[in-house]
Ligand binder design. Structure first.
Ligand code: XMP
Length: 445
C-alpha cells in the first residue's frame, strides 16, 4: 500500500522528530528530512511541515512552493517564510489559519500537537500507517528482495535485533540464520534468557556461540576504555565472520538500524555527524561481501516496540532497557576478567530484579550497576572485610543525548543495597550515582 506521506523539514531542533513520532502514532506516515533537502518532490509528499529551530532564518529550497501541497510552518520558521513571501505574519497564538494570499501556507506560533492534527485533517490524509500494515508490507518486500537466499543476523537480545529476527522469520522462515555471540560481557544468564524470550517462536533456530574465553583472553590486563571497546568490536567481527562463513549461500546481513540512527547520522544540515559513531560496535567489514538488509530502518523506537508486540514477542523483551554493544565491559572500570564480570552480573541482576519487583523498572529509562576499581572496608559476620564498591545508576532520558537522575525511593535504594551486600560477597559498599548528562555520560566506561 502506498501511504499518504507527510514530510517534516528539520530546521535544527528535536521538534522535527517529535512531530514525526506524534503523527506516526496517529497512523500518518511521516519522514524527517534536513531543511537543505533538494529531493522533497521525489518522496511525493501530501503535506509538508517546516519545524521551528536554530536554522529558522535559513530558507528551504524554493521548489517546495511548486509542489502545490499544504505547508505548515512553525515558530521562527513561520516568521522567516512570511518575510520571504512578503506577507504579514498575522497568525496568532493557539490558532491555525491559512496565511493571507497564500492559501496552501499555514502558520503556527509554536509547536502544538492538537493544531498540527487540525492541519493534517485539513489535508485529508489517510491514516494507514499501523504496525500490522508495516509488517505486511515488510514481509512482502523482504520476500521479493531475498528470493531463496540465506540471511544472517547478529541477534544481541536487545529490542531492535530481536524484532528484526521475528520479522524476518515470519518472512523467510529457516532461510534466516540468527547468531547470538556471547562476548563474556553480557547480562546474567543472558543466553538462557534469550532462549526464553524466543520460546514463543520455537521454529526460530538461534545459533548460540559462546566466545567468552576468547574475549577474556584478549581483554586480559587491559584497562583503557577505548582499547576495551576496540578489542571487543574487533573480536566480535572475527567471531561473527567465522560463524557466517559456515553458511556459504548467505548473501545478506540483516541489521537492526532504526530511524533515529538514520536521522541523527545526517543532522539538520544534511551533513553526516559523528555523534553516534562510537556506538556502532557491530559494524562489519565490507570484505564479508554480504549485502546489508535493514528492515526496520524506517521505524522509531516506539514503533519498533509496537511491531515487536504485534509479532508476538513478549513484553519483557520489548520493554527492556537499552544495553550497550560492548556490554558490561563499559561498566567494569579497570580490567575485565571472568570474576569481575560475574560479580557485576550478580549485582546488576539483583538491581534489575528488584526494580521489577517494586514496579519501578518502567519508571526509569535505563538502570544498571557499575563495578568500580576500588575496594573499601566493611564488616561481615563480625570480621573486617576489604571488598569492591559498586555504583547503581538510573536515568530518565528521551534520546540518550541528555539524561537526568531517576529519583528512586530511598527505601528501595536501601533495600537493594542491603540485598546486594548480603548476596554478593565480593561487594561491601553500594553508592548511587546522582550525576546528570551532561556533564557526566550515562555509562561510566
Ligand atoms: P553515554 O554513556 O554515551 O551513553 O551517555 C548513551 C547511551 O548509549 C548507550 N551506549 C551504547 N549503545 N553501543 C550501543 O549500542 C555502544 O557501544 C554504546 N555505548 C553506550 C548507553 O548505554 C546509553 O544508553
Amino acid at each position: 500500500m502506498k501511504h499518504d506521506t507527510v514530510l517534516v523539514l528539520d530546521f535544527g531542533s528535536p521538534d522535527a522528530q517529535k512531530i514525526a513520532k506524534n503523527l506516526r502514532l496517529n497512523h500518518f506516515y511521516t519522514e524527517v528530512l534536513p531543511y537543505t533537502a533538494k529531493d522533497v518532490d521525489s518522496r511525493k509528499p501530501k503535506a509538508l511541515i517546516l519545524s521551528d529551530g536554530s536554522r529558522s532564518d535559513l530558507l528551504p529550497d524554493l521548489s517546495i512552493w511548486d509542489l502545490g501541497i499544504p505547508i505548515l510552518a512553525i515558530g521562527k520558521t513561520a516568521e522567516s517564510i512570511c518575510k520571504q513571501l512578503h506577507i504579514p505574519p498575522n497568525y496568532s497564538e493557539g490558532e491555525l489559519a491559512p496565511a493571507s494570499k497564500e492559501p496552501t501556507l499555514f502558520c503556527l506560533h509554536e509547536l502544538d500537537f492538537d493544531l498540527i492534527q487540525d492541519f493534517i485533517h485539513r489535508c485529508k490524509l489517510q491514516p494507514t500507517w499501523t504496525p500490522e500494515a508495516f509488517i505486511h508490507e515488510s514481509i512482502d518486500q523482504v520476500q521479493k528482495q531475498v528470493k531463496s537466499d540465506t540471511v544472517i543476523l547478529g541477534l544481541s537480545g536487545g529490542v531492535d535485533s530481536s524484532v528484526v529476527a521475528a520479522l524476518l522469520h515470519k518472512a523467510i522462515g529457516d532461510k534466516l540464520i540468527p547468531i547470538f555471540v556471547d562476548n563474556g560481557c553480557m547480562r546474567y544468564e543472558e543466553a538462557k534468557r534469550v532462549k526464553e524470550y524466543f520460546a514463543c517462536m520455537p521454529e526460530l533456530d538461534i545459533r548460540f556461540v559462546d566466545a567468552s574465553e576468547l574475549f577474556y583472553s584478549k581483554l586480559k590486563g587491559v584497562e583503557d576504555p577505548e582499547k576495551k571497546r576496540k578489542i571487543i568490536g574487533g573480536t566480535f567481527i572475527d567471531v561473527f565472520e567465522a560463524e557466517a562463513a559456515k553458511y556459504p549461500d548467505a548473501r545478506w546481513l540483516a541489521q537492526g538500524t532504526i530511524y533515529s540512527d538514520v536521522i541523527e547520522s545526517i543532522g539538520a544540515d544534511g551533513k553526516s555527524t559523528q555523534v553516534k559513531s562510537h556506538h556502532n560496535v557491530g559494524g562489519l567489514p565490507e570484505t564479508m561481501k554480504l549485502s546489508l538488509m535493514e528492515p526496520i530502518r524506517n521505524l522509531f523506537k516506539d514503533e519498533v516496540r509496537r511491531v515487536g508486540l504485534s509479532l508476538g514477542l513478549p513484553s519483557e523483551l520489548i520493554d527492556r532497557h537499552p544495553f550497550p554493544g560492548p556490554g558490561l565491559a563499559v561498566r567494569i572500570l579497570g580490567e575485565v576478567n571472568p570474576q569481575r564480570v560475574h560479580t557485576l552480573q550478580l549485582v546488576d541482576e539483583i538491581f534489575i530484579r528488584e526494580l521489577r519487583a517494586w514496579d519501578l523498572y518502567h519508571s526509569t529509562w535505563q538502570a544498571f550497576a557499575v563495578l568500580l576499581p576500588l575496594r573499601s572496608t566493611g564488616v561481615r559476620d563480625g570480621k573486617r572485610t576489604y571488598e569492591s564498591v559498586c555504583a547503581l545508576r538510573a536515568v530518565n532520558s528521551e534520546d540518550a543525548m541528555s539524561a537526568s537522575v531517576t529519583r528512586l525511593p530511598y527505601e528501595f535504594l536501601e533495600h537493594v543495597s542491603s540485598l546486594i551486600i548480603k548476596e554478593v560477597r565480593q561487594v561491601n559498599r553500594v553508592v548511587f550515582d546522582i550525576s546528570s548528562k551532561p556533564p557526566a555520560t550515562i555509562e561510566w566506561e
